[in-house]
Design a protein around this ligand. Structure first.
Ligand code: SF4
Length: 448
């Protein structure tokens, strides 16, 4: 492959991304994409037309790993990659989790970029494509965050406020993949939010593995409540939403920051994982029905119509029939608006992998299916109670048939369904009277 001088490039070389997994990976992809655009690359939507294809992988659980491998192999089979005209890069969680083992398994890939090295993506792609640039041409000496000047930002965007996790829940591989918890400095977060807002974003979703402890690792500790209040004051026309708050992170200060700002979604996404104190202890977590009820009541005492979401795991090792029934009873009686359900996934390298009394795969799936059905019934009934209410809705885009689709403040991206509207513009926040619901979806009419 002949080398190209970036400053004199005739046609910019192009890079395409395929992103697997969760919102945190999407945020990482957005960073890499913006770095490449700043460095003079073009982003190609179609991997088959690109000079380099980056598969940003997920390996949080075995199923995600298998899916990522399939996608890597599909990318390796593209004509441009297979013929050597384009180079394949594997980034994200899989190189972080499997290292050399992965390199041996996937000889088709020209480079592996684990999560911790994603800020070197420009150098990696330069090397693979033979791009030479003058010293200092890569604008990363003072690293910029947020979209590049030429990018149009989406109406809703994720902003990561930290990486890694120190909790080591016994079922979870994240601390081994992403490393120890490290909060991103306030200035970095503010700069990214500011760039997004300037480029058209109307909703910023703050994410991390454990958002609630943001700032406690600084020399002069700060808090999530402070971060939310400060951003809400500085960007009063932008919706702010926080995801993945561990129960310990729901402080009175945070509740107050949410309550005091109209532009902060009254939305609390707090994973409980189970309600049996015995199983929670085996998970290296804490809680009980009483503790979770008290937490929900504490939020609702200050914000009565707050939207509450949790996630639960069915089929954790040693879960007895009785403990599973406790979980079902909890879901039937809980004061939650949305409940995500996962079957336990036995992950090599985690502490729960070696626990006795692993639940049979079919049984795990059956328990998850039953719990999900219960959750759907309970949550859909709550969604239906919104009929007749007027809610602010952010119009996020259009579906293939041209139908406008948005989300109310009570709907988080990717997990809670959407709101269908008509007669509005993408990127607008409009008042919508909810006319009908179907399971998690809502539809409504724009009111003047
Ligand atoms: S809090 Fe627990 S489940 Fe969440 S990332 Fe950390 S270790 Fe994993």
């Amino acid at each position: 492959m002949s080398s190209t001088a970036i400053d004199g490039m005739r046609a910019p070389r192009s890079v395409s991304f395929i992103t697997m997994g969760c919102a945190k990976n999407e945020a990482d992809t957005a960073h890499m994409r913006s770095d490449l655009i700043r460095a003079g690359y073009r982003i190609a939507d179609d991997p088959a037309q690109a000079d380099a294809v980056v598969v940003n992988t997920c390996s949080f659980i075995q199923a995600a790993t298998e899916e990522s491998i399939e996608v890597i192999l599909d990318a390796a089979g593209l004509d441009n990659v297979a013929s050597g005209r384009a180079r394949l890069v594997v980034s994200g969680c899989m190189p972080a989790r499997y290292g050399d083992e992965l390199e041996a398994e996937v000889p088709e890939a020209a480079a592996f970029v684990p999560c911790a090295k994603e800020d070197q993506i420009v150098e990696v792609i330069d090397r693979l494509l033979g791009v030479e640039r003058s010293l200092g041409a890569i604008p990363t000496a003072v690293r910029l965050h947020g979209p590049a000047a030429s990018e149009q930002a989406p109406p809703s965007a994720y902003v990561k406020i930290s990486d890694g996790c120190n909790r080591f829940c016994s079922f979870c591989s994240i601390p081994y993949i992403r490393g120890r918890y490290r909060s991103f400095p306030y200035e970095r977060i503010r700069d990214e939010v500011s760039a997004l807002v300037a480029a058209g974003t109307r909703e910023v979703v703050l994410i991390a593995q454990d958002t609630g402890r943001w700032g406690d690792d600084f020399d002069e500790p700060l808090t999530l409540g402070w971060l939310v209040a400060t951003l809400a004051d500085e960007f009063p026309r932008t919706w702010l939403r926080v995801m993945y708050i561990q129960p310990e992170g729901v402080t009175d200060e945070l509740i107050e920051a949410v309550a005091a700002h109209d532009n902060v979604c009254s939305y609390f996404d707090v994973p409980f994982q189970h309600v049996s104190p015995r199983l929670l202890k085996l998970m290296r977590r804490t809680g009980s029905v009483a503790a979770f009820d008290a937490l929900c009541a504490r939020i609702r005492a200050r914000i009565p119509d707050a939207t509450l979401r949790t996630t639960l795991i069915a089929g954790f090792p040693g879960e007895t029939d009785d403990e599973f029934e406790q979980l079902c009873a909890y879901v039937e009686n809980c004061d939650l608006d949305y409940v995500g359900v996962f079957a336990y996934s036995r992950e090599e390298g985690t502490r729960a992998f070696d626990l006795p009394d692993q639940v049979d795969d079919d049984e795990k799936d059956e328990r998850a299916r039953r719990l999900r059905e219960l959750a759907d019934a309970v949550c859909a009934a709550r969604v239906a109670q919104r009929v007749g209410r007027v809610l602010p809705v952010l119009v996020c885009g259009t579906e293939e048939d041209g139908q406008l689709v948005g989300r109310a403040m009570c709907q988080a991206p990717d997990v809670d369904g959407v709101t269908y509207v008509e007669g509005a513009q993408v990127g607008e926040v409009v008042a919508v009277r909810i006319d009908d619901t179907l399971l998690y979806e809502m539809e409504g009419t724009v009111v003047p």
